[in-house]
Design a protein around this ligand. Structure first.
Ligand SMILES: Cc1cc2nc3c(=O)[nH]c(=O)nc-3n(C[C@H](O)[C@H](O)[C@H](O)COP(=O)(O)OP(=O)(O)OC[C@H]3O[C@@H](n4cnc5c(N)ncnc54)[C@H](O)[C@@H]3O)c2cc1C
Length: 337
């Protein structure tokens, strides 16, 4: 083991809330931070910013945090990249965390690189595992080159990583845990270059991917928007959530919110049906513990068939409409009985 060059700082989690409710990725990250901190013999600390959020601190402590830095002020009600960065960077310079973990949410994807750049350290996005190596560096694991790539940041601190919700389990809350709450003196908005005028919430369409029992995911093999719409119809017929691979998003057939995988959503359905996709690791890493997996692909040698329980070799543009008809006929018969 390499000689310890410095005193080990705390493991930090930048927690996130919306409408005064903690996001589950925050408690999941605290659960993992707890494991890392125990191995490093250090503490878990979280930063929580918002307005009227004091009640959320207990949930952070129950999940495993020893200390919560709480910035609770009307000016922090909405995420403001420059103000949030300023607060976190100043705190980090004062308390020198060893590791900083942030959820790969819309906020985290922006905030993490802003903070890392100001702290002149590295950042690994969309990690799917975090462990310590023999020198107690954080191995930040991402899928790459058909395997897992471990990235370390041995020369700079903190070691920073973003992780999507669902990668780590939600820890069982321990309501008997106690921790320290440190109230921050928060600055006014540090810059008025960005202003949140209004938040307009978009109602999610159809079944939510993260909780769906059935997921139909489409890929580049859809060919065009018409082919894609057939895959979306299949999802509708099965009352399933519609998922996608990156090419389907890049083609503009579907929203980024449907993307499954390393840089998208993590899903755990009972049934996963992959249509016109090759089963690349960056996609399938997002399919965690699916009970049954099916693939429809016109290339019998497609690697996706090695990853699934059932494979159908056919042109999805022809097969999917027939499948929909069969399912509809079956459902009608069931209702009639
Ligand atoms: C850092 C990084 C992060 C990434 N993150 C993600 C992520 O989160 N999610 C993600 O999905 N991707 C991600 N990717 C991209 C990923 O590596 C793959 O490129 C992508 O998943 C491939 O999508 P695909 O299977 O739809 O396309 P392709 O690999 O092109 O496969 C298309 C498949 O469709 C089949 N096909 C073609 N025509 C038909 C037809 N008519 N009927 C039936 N089958 C047909 C082909 O045989 C082929 O197998 C990431 C990449 C990188 C580098």
């Amino acid at each position: 083991m390499a000689e310890q060059k410095y005193k080990i700082g705390p493991v930090w989690v930048i927690a996130e809330q919306t409408d005064c409710r903690l996001l589950s990725v925050s408690t999941q990250l605290i659960g993992q931070a707890r494991k890392l901190a125990d191995e490093l013999n250090t503490s878990v600390e979280t930063v929580l910013l918002g307005d009227a959020i004091e009640r959320q601190t207990q949930a952070l402590i129950a999940a495993g945090a020893d200390r919560v830095y709480l910035g609770d002020a009307p000016g922090l009600a909405f995420y403001h990249p420059e103000t949030y960065t300023e607060i976190i960077v100043n705190l980090a310079l004062e308390h020198r965390p060893e590791i900083v973990l942030i959820g790969s949410t819309a906020m985290g994807r922006e905030l993490a690189p802003l903070v890392a750049a100001r702290l002149k350290t590295g950042l690994t996005a969309h990690c799917i595992d975090l462990v310590l190596d023999q020198d107690r560096n954080l191995e930040q694991r991402i899928p790459a080159y058909g395997g897992l790539l471990s990235i370390i940041c041995p020369e700079r601190r903190p070691q920073m990583a973003t992780v999507a919700g669902g990668v780590f389990p939600t820890p069982e809350p321990d309501e008997n845990r106690s921790g320290k709450i440190v109230e921050l003196r928060v600055p006014e908005i540090v810059s008025d270059r960005i202003k949140t005028l209004e938040i307009v919430r978009q109602d999610p369409e159809g079944v939510s991917l993260e909780v769906a029992d059935i997921v139909v995911a489409g890929g580049a093999g859809a060919g065009d928007l018409e082919g894609w719409n057939k895959i979306a119809d299949l999802a509708g017929t099965l009352n399933a959530a519609l998922g996608s691979t990156r090419p389907a998003v890049d083609e503009g057939w579907t929203e980024l919110a449907t993307m499954i995988g390393q840089s998208g959503k993590m899903i755990s359905p009972q049934l996963y049906i992959g249509v016109g996709l090759s089963g690349e690791q960056q996609h399938l890493v997002g399919v965690v513990d699916a009970k049954v997996m099916v693939a429809i692909n016109n290339d019998e040698k497609s690697p996706v068939f090695e990853q699934v329980d059932y494979g159908i070799v056919d042109d999805c543009r022809e097969f999917v409409p027939v499948l929909i008809q069969k399912i509809e006929a079956y459902l009608e018969k069931k209702v009639a009985c």
